[in-house]
Design a protein around this ligand. Structure first.
Ligand SMILES: [Zn+2]
Ligand SMILES: [Zn+2]
Length: 320
């Protein structure tokens, strides 16, 4: 018995030490890489900026500098086109089982194969409702707030360095806010009355990234996404890019096909309910809310999807 406890403690110690070394090593690597890349980025952004600067100025003057028109195109039309384009492809795959290179990667085998079209129609209706009556007014409300925080229509675009830094900040803030808000929505009371809607799909499909109770959509989905740009007083181009990335990422994490590592992660949340609450998984690792996932078949798929380095060829002398 004593030996077993000692052995378990020993394994835990080495695992913790391994994790710590991994984080420290990664931190050092990122620090060195960041310093090296900064120099190149300054040169690179200097070369790219005139092109994007010209495109932005052309668009601004072509639309007569009408801020509302520019804002609607940037924050509603562009993310909307990307959202419905990717989900149209995914819905064709869910209904017809084609193309094979997508559908052969089903995470939950035998589920949504083909998808229940009545259930899918309901998801589209709720998704459209949330987009039109919740996302749209909330994003429109952002215009006066962004103007109060900064100059979202400045003719001078943010530098590439600031643009990327803002994206990283928004992603980090979204991970923190989404994790804790989402986890609190799994409290029995909130889950029963609000969050259960989103979990009606134990095997998710892309469109259900917008399928949620309106209160859930406002608090869990919209607020974590909009807070970063408000705090930073983002330029409308940065805001457009961030919104487009979030709608694409949301659709991919719900698509049900093993196309990216993050898909298995959120798919597992829909399957098991009480694991994998975050967007990227950092806080799940910290709070240990991904233990079962890391032992699961889904996680094994992720590990297998990361290609291994080719083994070194043995020298001829070694063979002799
Ligand atoms: Zn949930
Ligand atoms: Zn979900």
């Amino acid at each position: 018995m004593k030996f077993k406890v000692h052995k378990a403690w020993n394994i835990k110690f080495w695992k913790t030490k391994k994790t710590f070394t991994y984080i420290l090593g990664l931190g050092l690597f990122l620090f060195v890489a960041f310093n090296c890349l900064t120099w190149y980025w300054q040169k690179f952004s200097g070369a790219l900026r005139p092109f994007w600067q010209t495109q932005w100025e052309n668009l601004y003057y072509r639309l007569g500098g009408n801020e509302w028109v520019i804002f609607i195109i940037a924050t509603i039309v562009v993310p909307g086109i990307f959202f419905w384009s990717i989900n149209s492809i995914l819905m064709v795959a869910d209904i017809t089982g084609k193309p094979g290179f997508i559908t052969q990667n089903h995470i939950q085998l035998g589920k949504n194969d083909p998808v229940d079209t009545t259930k899918l129609r309901k998801a589209i209706r709720v998704g459209l409702y949330n987009q039109i009556f919740i996302s749209l007014p909330m994003v429109m409300l952002m215009l006066p707030i962004l103007k109060w925080r900064g100059d979202p229509f400045s003719l001078s675009l943010p530098t590439l360095y600031r643009f990327l830094l803002e994206l990283a900040f928004n992603a980090l803030l979204e991970e923190i806010m989404f994790y804790y808000i989402h986890r609190s929505f799994h409290h029995p009371f909130l889950y029963k009355h609000i969050h259960k809607w989103h979990h009606e799909w134990t095997a998710p499909v892309g469109i259900i990234s917008m399928y949620a109770h309106p209160v859930d959509h406002v608090i869990t989905s919209m607020i974590p996404v909009l807070t970063g740009p408000v705090l930073l007083g983002s330029h409308v181009v940065s805001f457009m890019t961030w919104l487009t990335l979030t709608v694409l990422y949301g659709s991919i994490t719900h698509c049900g096909y093993s196309l990216f590592p993050s898909t298995e992660f959120h798919d597992y949340h829909h399957l098991k309910f009480n694991e994998c609450y975050g967007v990227f998984g950092f806080l799940d690792l910290l709070h240990g809310t991904d233990k079962m996932f890391r032992c699961s078949r889904a996680h094994k798929n992720i590990s297998e999807s990361i290609p291994e380095l080719p083994k070194k060829k043995k020298k001829l002398t070694d063979l002799s």
